[in-house]
Each structure stands twice: as structure tokens, then as C-alpha cells.
Design a protein around this ligand. Structure first.
Ligand SMILES: Cc1cc2nc3c(=O)[nH]c(=O)nc-3n(C[C@H](O)[C@H](O)[C@H](O)COP(=O)(O)O)c2cc1C
Length: 171
């Protein structure tokens, strides 16, 4: 059986939810889903490694870069994929690997060329955020003509696009 590993770098859990959805589309029985910071994973067990990471204030977290630095050679000999989750990708002119600024910058700055890439629009959960984040996000949304009602949650993810990506990863 060819096993898959999906690793996520997520703060509020939405990237993890996308990983779980991808796992379901591939086949839960042959997919493990773990946080990227988990140190006790035997990567050799897997034929395919998929990494998903979300953006916060313009950045991915250091744990993502650390994992790639430490495992680049192994990643290169496996089937692999990377996907980015961010709010900017809700815009139709910024929702592909060629047009999403965070994915473009990431690929430029790392010493790894993922074999497949994707970008998915994330989720804005105003009621969950602390005071600072809530109003910072509201301000960013206001500038970028997004939703600003802080009593609501907005999910921008196109789940059909997630499904298509998952299907493309099947052996
Ligand atoms: C504090 C905070 C900062 C964010 N900064 C950005 C940003 O700079 N650009 C962007 O496109 N999305 C930004 N987002 C949106 C997140 O990428 C989106 O909410 C995503 O679904 C979060 O995924 P996670 O739950 O896996 O962490 C931000 C969200 C929060 C809560």
C-alpha cells in the first residue's frame, strides 16, 4: 500500500481542515495527517508528502522553512506537493499558483521545487480572534473590499478546487 503524509502549518485550524478533506478524497486508510512540527514521523514510510501552510500577516511560520531545510533531499525523491492557504486567494485574480503573491514569493525564496502546487482561499473567523487581530483583519478587509462584519465568520474556500487537487495527487 502506498502511503501518503499530509503535514499542516496552521494556527486557527482551517489548513488542518483542508488537509483532512484532502485525506478523505484520497482514501483515509492510506493517509496520515500531522502538524508539521511533529518530530516523531518516519518520513521513509511514505510515498507521497503533501504540505499545507497558512499565511498570517504576510508570512508562513518558521516551522515550515525548518521542515523543508531539514528534509529537502528526502522530499525530492518522493512525490510531493505544497499548498498555501490565505485570504488574498479569495480574489479571482490572485487564486492560482501563478497569481497568488504569497505562493510566488515562497517558491522564489526556498531551495525546493514542489512537484505540485496549489493555493486555496482561507477562512475569516472574526468572533474567534483577539481584539488586535480582529481589528487588524477588519482593516485589511476594508482596504481590500472584503467583509467587515466582525460578528460573522466567512469561509472563502472552494471545496471543489480542493477536491480536484486531491484527485490529482492520487497515484
Ligand atoms: C491574524 C491573522 C492574520 C492574517 N494575515 C493574512 C495575510 O497577511 N494575508 C492573507 O492573505 N491572509 C491572512 N490571514 C487569513 C488567513 O490566512 C486565513 O484565515 C486562513 O484560513 C488561516 O488558516 P489557519 O486556520 O490554518 O491558520 C490572516 C488571518 C489572521 C487570523
Amino acid at each position: 500500500m502506498q502511503k501518503y503524509l499530509i503535514l499542516y502549518s496552521s494556527i486557527d485550524g482551517h489548513t488542518k481542515s483542508i488537509c483532512k478533506k484532502i485525506s478523505g478524497h484520497i482514501n483515509k486508510d492510506i493517509v496520515d495527517v500531522f502538524p508539521i512540527s511533529e518530530e516523531f514521523i518516519n518520513l521513509n514510510e511514505y510515498k507521497t508528502i503533501i504540505i499545507g501552510a497558512s499565511i498570517r500577516y504576510g508570512k508562513y511560520r518558521e516551522e515550515l522553512y525548518k521542515f523543508i531545510r531539514m528534509n529537502k533531499d528526502l522530499l525530492d525523491i518522493k512525490d510531493n506537493a505544497f499548498f498555501s492557504v490565505n485570504a488574498v486567494a479569495r480574489k479571482s485574480n490572485k487564486d492560482t499558483p501563478d497569481t497568488n503573491p504569497y505562493l510566488i514569493k515562497f517558491l522564489k525564496n526556498i531551495d525546493w521545487i514542489p512537484k505540485k502546487v496549489a493555493v486555496f482561499a482561507g477562512k475569516i473567523e472574526y468572533p474567534k480572534y483577539n481584539f488586535f487581530d480582529k481589528y487588524a483583519i477588519k482593516f485589511i478587509m476594508w482596504i481590500t473590499k472584503g467583509p467587515i462584519d466582525t460578528s460573522k465568520t466567512y469561509e472563502f474556500t472552494d471545496w471543489e478546487k480542493v477536491k480536484t487537487f486531491a484527485e490529482s495527487l492520487k497515484l
